[in-house]
Design a protein around this ligand. Sequence first.
Ligand SMILES: C[S@@+](CC[C@H](N)C(=O)[O-])C[C@H]1O[C@@H](n2cnc3c(N)ncnc32)[C@H](O)[C@@H]1O
Length: 270
Amino acid sequence: MLSISEKYHVWYYEQEIWRKTKFLGVPLAKSVSDLWNYQEILSEIKPSIIVELGTHVGGSTLFFAEMLKLISPRGRVLSVDIDQSPVFDRVRENGWIELLESDTRAIVVAGRVRQLRAEYPGNAFFILDSAHTKDHVFGELLQLRTITQPGDYVIVEDGNINGNPVLPGWGEGPFEAVQQYLSDYPNDYRVDTDREQKFGFTFAPGGFLVRVRPQSECKTAQLHSNRRQPISGDCGRRNPSCKNRHISHTKRPKIVPQLTTISGIYSRGL
Ligand SMILES: C[S@@+](CC[C@H](N)C(=O)[O-])C[C@H]1O[C@@H](n2cnc3c(N)ncnc32)[C@H](O)[C@@H]1O
């Protein structure tokens, strides 16, 4: 039996209102209440950089850039997509936006984020909205492990699919990836349930995460995203000594190096 908010969520999703939503004339695939929630988070944490994984035509990228302009004296929005060709000119021409054409799990993404963090010190806001399979999102979260720091905010979008409550039977996706990650690394993030529940429904259930654990406590964090072997010394709930914990993860995400060229960066105003 669905609750009232779940019924509204299913109705909103099935009406495809999110396909007809635009920001300053550019389509974006978000619920409007999530956008409002993001605006509130941004005004509280005042990030200097926003990293979006999954650009599509760039409506959400433009939204984040315009919000950031209002909040921070200087900053940058980095948006990554495997195909940046559909991005609207209005988005490309925005001086606060940098587009990177790459697989979101490629090492070049973490490298560029580190450079931007050095150039624009402060908090960062990340939003994961690219491929919606569990493996892919888990790989993105592992990558983020090496670049997020306490005070950062991470949104994992589209946990609502696979019956949470929309698209039952879709298969394991972002929600399951977050659950797996939190099980493997229970101390990295605090789940911001109050925020998630604020407007009654969200396309990102379980996906409002506040980074709490310093990287210095993740002894081998820099190596995690590229390793298949278990790394001892990094803690987890099920086996604090970590021995053999990662061996069970036989399906590790593959990095796609051929798409990680810096020439894929379209940058204005640098
Ligand atoms: C849901 S759309 C992004 C929507 C956009 N954030 C918005 O709110 O309007 C997902 C995007 O992810 C991109 N994508 C899919 N798989 C990817 C991958 N492995 N690496 C990078 N981008 C990927 C697709 O090209 C697509 O543009």
